[in-house]
Design a protein around this ligand. Sequence first.
Ligand code: MG
Length: 392
Amino acid sequence: MSQDSRIAAIDVFTVIIPQDEAYLGALGPGELVNNAGYLVRRGNRTIYPAQMRSAVVRVTLASGEEGWGETYGLVAPAVIHALVSDIIAPIIAGRSPFEVQAIWEDLYDLMRVRGYTGGFWLDALAAIDIALWDLMGKLTCLPLHQLLGGKHRDRIPAYVSGLPAPTIPAKVDLARSFIDKGYKAVKIAATASYDGVEREIAALREGLGPDIAIMLDCHWIYTPAEAVALLQRLAPYNLYFFEAPCKTEDVSGLADIAAHASIPIAAGEEWRTVFDARPRLEARAVSIVQPEMGHTGITQFMRIAHLAQAHHAKVIPHATIGAGIFAAASLHASSTVLSLSWHEYQHSIFHHSASLMDGKLQCSDGYFALPEGPGLGISPNALFWENATKLG
Ligand code: MG
């Protein structure tokens, strides 16, 4: 190995992401921003910062070549910096990005005995992993999709996620506006269905016709029995999938729901590794997996996708709030997965993420473009640097 291609430095940044309004819309009754800048959404009982942000890592080789990675940095991004600077950077200094999968496994093993098989530790590994794959692409002058074995498609079908509008007719109109542009699938969240899930789904099916895919994200709010009853009531509307109906800890409950369902059950946005996917696929609890690149990194995203294919399950990746780096990685990886039918399109976020990157990070007319060039094919631009703060 050339001395020049050894890992020399790792830096962590937190990046503010421009936004039009608070994520998930205006604050509801009883939703207040606390002194630390966070609010809790009552619908899904989840904490969010008032200002969207992400955690970005830069891995620099002795040659000066830079690779970019990113993980979920919405809450406590300083934790990612502490894990990288205290544990990861000293351990992988001097190694080559071409050892990316060995490095992931070496790092994962460091903390297993302490129970760190998920959460922030795996998020930090995801960011490093993406940066090392980016470096491999730059050193070989190959796009990530070629390093992963080759693409099946030049553009990725996008489904529209979330219809933030105050009334049911306004939601149908919003959905129609996307369909008129070429999109063929929309998803709503049960936690934001203030007029009732059944009424909203019924209105969407009537307003959009039989050929549009309609999906429902339940955000883990139902018991298995409630979920089965809801599925029966929604049967006339022919949903494309039913996502995260019960608590993520309840694998047997999810399998029970799947056994009673006549449509696919989807889950996976909160998983970090193939070890999260395996028991659910083996139990036939899911027939669609939704890996989130910001949590999995490229190595585990691909292992989850390949295990899903081995179980004849589909892959429909999740899209979360980020600076555009893990989004680019997710699109490259998605182009290589045969059993992929859509990729989530967070229309209220994606163009803000893309505004921070140089490169072809675009979604229009129902499809994501595939970024071009070596590695991820994107890199931080001037607006990114205006919004970035180096940690440590
Ligand atoms: Mg979801």
